[in-house]
Write a protein that binds this ligand. Structure first.
Ligand code: SAH
Length: 226
């Protein structure tokens, strides 16, 4: 799999992909992540500007269509993209289901917005999918791109050591994960549930399923209706 990200702030995306599971997935050649500086595609070679004042005289700056068009076209000339995603607070809300589906794709392109937003013609003509990471407004799409990439990459087979582990995470099967514990079995008088120490795999599985259902009913009942 390959993920390309277009941004005005490539520095913001250096750390998220340089550690832990995502770094290991890159090292194992399970995924390639390429971050592109939109300013490299600016028509203004001197100041490398990529934004301009909005028509209609609103406050804030708007990202221009020319550099975005040039960047997307350059990348598209090298490979086909399954999706060209724009991060946007008014997009479809990102979910584990979406992460599962995107993790099966070969090439994804993510465009990060900044400032007041991007020239709407980009969204009308160049973007195939718009994704929000939640009902709040960020200063830019970089964190959203990092969050989506993280959620997608950890689902690629081999990215997580124990593959079962991703399957039993919250939201897979519309259930929240059961609680987990580790040693010591007793701390401060607080004991780990006896069943987990019983060694009885069947009872443990049943307990975990009950806990998942109970937690989902109590904390996120909407998942059970989906
Ligand atoms: N004026 C816009 C917000 C611009 S915020 C509006 O009211 O909708 C600047 C950029 O940050 C956006 O273009 C988008 O790319 C990114 N962004 C902000 N909030 C986001 C969110 N919740 N999810 C994904 N991207 C977001």
């Amino acid at each position: 799999m390959r993920i390309d990200i277009i941004t005005v702030l490539p520095e913001l995306l250096e750390s998220p992909f340089s550690h832990s599971i995502i770094k290991r997935a890159i090292d194992k050649n399970l995924v390639e992540i390429h971050v592109h500086n939109l300013r490299d595609y600016s028509t203004d070679k001197r100041h490398r500007r990529v934004d301009d004042y909005p028509f209609g005289g609103d406050a804030g700056m708007v990202m221009q269509i020319e550099p975005i068009f040039a960047a997307i076209n350059h990348l598209k000339s090298e490979r086909n993209y399954d999706e060209i995603i724009f991060t946007s607070p008014d997009g479809e809300q990102f979910s584990q289901k979406e992460a599962n589906s995107l993790s099966l794709k070969e090439n994804l392109l993510i465009l990060c917005g900044h400032y007041k937003g991007i020239d709407h013609r980009v969204r009308e003509h160049l973007i195939t999918k718009e994704i929000s990471i939640g009902d709040y407004v960020l200063t830019g799409g970089e964190m959203a791109a990092a969050i989506m990439t993280d959620a997608i990459v950890r689902l690629i087979p081999g990215a997580i050591g124990d593959e079962q582990s991703a399957l039993s995470d919250s939201f897979q099967d519309n259930l929240l994960a059961p609680p987990v514990y580790t040693r010591p079995a007793e701390f401060n008088g607080w004991r780990v549930p006896d069943v987990l120490l019983s060694g009885n795999e069947k009872l443990i599985k049943e307990w975990q399923m009950e806990q998942s259902l109970e937690r989902t009913k109590r904390l996120r009942p909407n998942l059970l209706n989906d």
